[in-house]
Design a protein around this ligand. Structure first.
Ligand SMILES: [Zn+2]
Length: 311
């Protein structure tokens, strides 16, 4: 039998050539290179999960560099939304964060159905984020000072406040009061969670009442507003801080600008509902870049800490 007729030879196929369109820049050996972008290049040509385009200045930012810079654009200082785990890592002393109430889960009390059911939505976001709901709470130390800390997650149903978010925030406040500790809440929210109707609105009163007891005990509460902090969250605990600080460029408000414009029939001033505008008009005490936030919080805690526990 000739070699060319061997069954083994027949099975040996030439290597499959991968079309250039299926290879990703950076997949080849060697250092990662920034893909060349032509004017008018489309976003879908950018490999997923490697580069992020800054929505403010258009700079292409490598995700690794963006994470290292606390998700702040190195060209224009635009502050991207930040995952609560990364946020806590950027604020708390290493290894000091002790999470509380991590297993608390929302239930679909109203049997809500719309474009998607509430149960489906919860399931989707739990899988996407690995968390049960839109806030992470616990105790931490910032530059050695103990605090009760709550960090909201805009990536979970728009950081909306349902019963679980409200309950976890309330418990955080109550622990701070009981333990005589300062409280820091980093907000990032589209407001109350419509899937829970009235139950979500009740969280505004509940969190505010708990804060009143915390204030009565003469303990400090620093509210940190990040992009965006709006509606029911801004109308409750986020605007009740002894100190209210915001990240640069954050959108902060109650109703959206279009609704206000339609209702009042007035022309809105430039920069309306930005952190800078609100600082100028007295609602916000300071605008602090994310890269300085930890040090500034430590400073404020030191200044406000005369009545709080020191160890
Ligand atoms: Zn930028």
């Amino acid at each position: 039998m000739a070699m060319s007729d061997s069954p083994f030879r027949k099975k040996k196929l030439p290597p499959v050539a991968v079309p250039p369109s299926q290879t990703l820049p950076g997949a080849e050996a060697g250092p990662l290179r920034k893909p060349k972008l032509q004017p008018g290049s489309r976003r879908r040509e950018i490999p997923e999960g490697l580069w992020t385009k800054c929505p403010q200045c258009g700079a292409m930012l490598h995700d690794r560099d963006l994470a290292a810079n606390l998700r702040v654009c190195s060209s224009c200082q635009h502050h991207f939304t930040m995952d609560p785990v990364a946020r806590i890592a950027s604020l708390a002393d290493p290894g000091t964060f002790e999470e509380r109430d991590a297993g608390m889960e929302s239930v679909d009390v109203l049997k809500f159905t719309g474009v998607a059911t509430y149960v489906d939505r919860l399931q989707k976001y739990r899988q996407a984020t690995g968390r049960k709901d839109a806030v992470v709470t616990g105790r931490a130390r910032i530059c050695g000072r103990p605090v009760e800390l709550a960090v909201m997650d805009f990536g979970f149903l728009g950081g909306s406040m349902g019963s679980v978010v409200g309950e976890k925030i309330t418990r955080t406040i109550e622990r701070a009061t009981a333990e005589r500790l300062p409280l820091i809440i980093v907000s990032s929210s589209g407001g109350a969670r419509m899937y829970e109707g009235m139950f979500s609105l009740m969280q505004m009163a509940k969190t505010s009442a708990a804060l009143a007891y915390h204030a009565r005990a003469r303990l400090p509460f620093i509210s940190v507003l990040t992009n965006p902090t709006t509606a029911g969250v801004m109308a409750s605990y986020a605007s009740l801080g002894d100190l209210i600080i915001a990240e640069p460029g954050a959108m902060i408000g109650f109703a959206g600008p279009r609704v206000i414009k339609d209702t009042t029939q007035a022309t809105l001033p430039p920069g309306f509902q930005t952190a800078e505008f609100l600082q100028e008009h007295g609602l916000i005490d300071a605008i602090v870049p994310r890269t300085e936030l930890r040090q500034r919080l430590a400073c404020y805690l030191e200044f406000l800490g005369a009545h709080t526990r020191q160890s």
